[in-house]
Ligand binder design. Structure first.
Ligand code: GLC
Length: 810
């Protein structure tokens, strides 16, 4: 024991358990070391006799299966070795001073730890060696630099009001470490804490990451790569894969705090359709409620919610309604009374019901850590579901609120910070113990989403739920989409959205987006134009703004910007088949939809430094304009050949280029070898596209793709109700091209259709053949046309496989 009640661990003894774990006697602390089935190394350690709670039990994740490794005594201490499917993992422990080395594949060092310390409050910290040149990404939602090396982060979910600095509503105690240019250097570290924690990312000491959990010891997992993609595959296997969303939720969402009446919502909807702005969803913010009582409808302003939702449905809109956790303290209201009778609300340590100030003045907070409370909470959604609401938006769930406010009309000025220091909750593993809220704070929002999602799943069996959340922690992607909360209508926030969304993506959260146009403040026409160009390609695309600011529907900025918004959203609709495939891939492998360049080009050192561009899946590079007045931008193209989306201009990377970017244009590039499935754009996903399948093909390299189709809304895809078509491209010497469209696999029935292949950057050919037979030039089916540097081939696709060959003219 050292001065100040801090215990520095020494390994005094060890024994193996029946489950193959190594139980460690660390003097004043105790630990448990295991190798998990997927090759991760997990260390749980805490002061005294207690080990940290298992997050998988607390959050309802799948159990973590461990293997039984070989255990050998060594000169320094003890070593564990396991030869698994993915190679050999070895962990070497030294007794004094206690240290831990993780080695993989042929003894390559993966991670080194030393100096674990456990304090008198149950906190624990450990030093992880930072590798030379290593960059650190992830951590959930945090503003600031993309690479977090040289910074310190405290991860405690909270509402900062107008955002500045540090992490905020949602944190994921996980980083992906990567050495630029070394494709096999990726590794991850997950600190599975339920409460606040800290990462000193080589700020205090250039070669160390100090990982600290403020309470409840340490539960660390080293996640091997070797590639960034493999780290995410394993990380999301552990905490939860991104759930495949319903297709409609991939359309554009229109929101504003607040559409205040039935008439206003109808008017917005009518205007969206009249102006032909592709949109699928309208959000109802807090003003649909009666006095901000959750689950109610305002009787005068929303007299017939069912009628409203049904009429909107006829026009192809879904409705998403906001549900905050705070329940208005109102003895005369059944939901509050029922909640009190069932004792669902959090209490202070003196046994009093805890309340805080939120929109409905005094509000009580459900204790979502108890399964019966989650069920109760779910049940309360019935009035919303009965009205036909399609999805639920969980906001203020850090939880946010304040102690005192002043209200002037609709304006609410929070004056005193909330104090949740005395609030207690159920232990999330439901062992019957109570824990201080702070110890489990970071899971509060996620537990709300769990309640919401579970209810939607029970009430609408076989349907994919849509839940949107502001707060959460590791694994939130298996429950909800995430938006980054209250940003500001300014250029800096537009720029900041890229590193923020990329770090969220690298934290496992594939379905994420920032409010298009910015929430606070008033957006200018130019800023809105640039924002929607990028935002339309966000995984989650929603225009939202505060009631105080300028109205922000896409047509509020004049005709020119309206046309830009329409075109941007049409591009999203065009790319929907590709985007949807990325969401399928995210659920299968954890690969994010928005990817930093280095994710696709891990052996290119330059790519890791790029934080103002992104890859939308493997084939599209997006380099938005984020500077006022700019009509061109410089960007970086990684190694390989590239083609500009709008004019087929060709480039060879790696190189920096400056491209023209008039206000109407988003710099967007296709990678050579790409086969991007697209469709003709509709006004919403239910609008049957005139052309359901158009393959955009980019010669210049061999390539592969996958077309994934299903009913877009049910869970039948999990039982084979999906159609998968593999796509292959060979770009042979002399400009000969061969495109193979595989035989469709799976049980989902796709009707026969005319498929169009567009080969970009292609001169008129000598001959085109389909399955060996010559195709004639002309507008027949099959038939081809060549003009303007593109070749277009149309033919009937029945799912039985096709091979298309293009012979260039000599
Ligand atoms: C919070 C949300 C914002 C919402 C507002 C009113 O500030 O982040 O999106 O509009 O509350 O519900």
């Amino acid at each position: 024991m050292e001065a100040g009640g801090v215990a520095r661990a020494v390994l005094r003894g060890w024994r193996t358990t029946d489950l193959g774990e190594l139980a460690l006697d660390l003097g004043d602390a105790r630990g448990e070391l295991s190798i998990t089935e997927d090759g991760c190394v997990r260390l749980r350690a805490g002061r005294g006799a207690s080990l940290p709670p298992r997050a998988e039990l607390a959050l309802g994740r799948e159990a973590v299966r461990t293997v039984a490794p070989d255990v050998q005594e060594t000169a320094e201490g003890v070593a564990l070795t396991h030869a698994g499917r993915r190679g050999t993992v070895r962990v070497e422990l030294a007794a004094e001073p206690f240290s831990l080395r993780v080695l993989e594949r042929g003894g390559a060092p993966l991670a080194g730890f030393e100096a674990p310390i456990f304090d008198a409050f149950g906190g624990g910290s450990i030093v992880c060696h930072a590798r030379e040149g290593e960059r650190f990404f992830g951590f959930g939602e945090s503003p600031g630099s993309f690479d977090k090396r040289g910074t310190s982060l405290r991860l405690r979910n909270h509402d900062v009001g107008v955002p500045r600095g540090g992490p905020r509503y949602l944190s994921v105690p996980f980083f992906l470490g990567f050495v630029p240019g070394d494709p096999t250097s990726a590794r991850g570290l997950l600190l599975d804490a339920l409460g606040p924690c800290r990462f000193d990312v080589a700020e205090s000491h250039g070669d160390r990451v100090v990982v600290t959990s403020e309470r409840d010891g340490l539960d660390l997992s080293v996640v091997p790569g070797p590639t960034p993609a493999e780290v995410l595959t394993r990380m999301t296997a552990r905490v939860g894969r991104p759930a495949l969303p319903p297709l409609w939720s991939l359309g554009h969402h229109q929101s504003r705090w607040s559409y205040g009446s039935d008439a206003e919502v109808r008017a917005v909807a009518a205007e969206i359709r009249r102006r032909r702005i592709p949109t699928d969803v309208i959000h109802l913010d807090i003003d649909y409620m009666d006095g901000y009582r959750v689950f109610t409808w305002h009787p005068r302003r929303f007299p017939d919610p069912k009628g409203l939702v049904a009429d909107l449905a006829k026009q192809g809109f879904r409705v998403v309604a906001i549900v905050d956790p705070g329940v208005k303290v109102d003895e005369g209201w059944s939901v509050y009374r029922d909640g009190c009778e069932r004792d669902v609300f959090c209490r202070s340590d003196d046994g009093e019901r805890y309340t805080l100030r939120v929109w409905p003045k005094e509000a009580a907070l459900p204790d979502f850590n108890r399964s019966e409370v989650r069920r109760w909470w779910g049940e309360q959604h019935r009035p919303l579901l009965d009205a036909g609401v399609a999805g639920i938006w969980n906001d203020m769930n850090e939880p946010a609120g304040w102690a005192r406010d002043v209200r002037v009309g609709r304006l609410i000025l929070p004056f005193q910070k909330q104090d949740l220091s005395r609030v207690v909750q159920s232990d999330p593993a439901e062992t019957g113990h109570r824990v201080e809220h702070e110890r489990v704070r970071n899971v509060y929002g996620q537990q709300q989403c769990r309640a919401t999602r579970a209810f939607l799943e029970t009430e609408r069996p076989g349907e994919r739920p849509f839940v949107l959340t502001r707060s959460g922690t590791a694994g939130v992607q298996s429950l909800a989409a995430v938006w980054t909360g209250d940003n500001v209508s300014r250029w800096d926030d537009l720029r900041a959205s890229i590193p923020m969304l990329l770090n969220l993506s690298l934290s496992g959260v594939a379905f994420c987006g920032a409010d298009i146009g910015g929430f606070f403040g008033s957006c200018t026409p130019e800023l809105y134009a640039r924002w929607i160009q990028l935002g339309a390609l966000q995984p989650f695309a929603r225009t939202h703004s505060v009631w105080l600011g300028r109205r922000q529907e896409p047509w509020r900025f004049g005709r020119r910007v309206e046309a830009i918004a329409r075109e941007s959203l049409e591009l999203r609709m065009r790319l929907l088949p590709y985007l949807y495939g990325l969401f399928h891939a995210a659920e299968e492998s954890g690969a994010p939809v928005w990817r930093p360049l280095f994710f696709e080009f891990p052996d290119d050192p330059e790519s890791a430094a790029v934080d103002d561009q992104l890859m939308l899946g493997p084939e599209l590079l997006v380099a938005p304009v984020m500077e006022r007045g700019a009509r061109s931008r410089e960007l970086y193209l990684p190694p390989g050949r590239w083609m500009a989306w709008h004019d087929d201009a060709q480039y060879v990377g790696p190189r920096r280029v400056r491209v023209a970017a008039p206000l109407e244009r988003l710099p967007l590039f296709l990678r050579a070898g790409a086969i991007v499935p697209t469709q003709s754009p509709g006004l919403h996903v239910g609008d049957a596209p005139e052309e359901p399948c158009v393959l955009e093909v980019v010669p210049g390299a061999d390539g592969a793709g996958l077309l994934t189709e299903d009913d877009g809304s049910s869970t039948a895809y999990r039982q084979g109700g999906v159609a998968r078509t593999t796509l292959r491209l060979w770009d042979r010497a002399g400009g000969r091209l061969r495109l193979e469209i595989g035989r469709r696999q799976g049980d989902f029935a796709v009707p026969d259709r005319t498929l169009r292949v567009v080969v970009r950057g292609c001169t008129p050919p000598r001959q085109v053949t389909l399955n060996g037979a010559r195709v004639d030039e002309g507008s027949g089916v099959p038939g081809y046309r060549a003009a303007g540097g593109r070749l277009e081939v149309r033919f009937l696709e029945r799912g039985d496989g096709h091979s298309l060959e293009v012979e260039p003219a000599p």
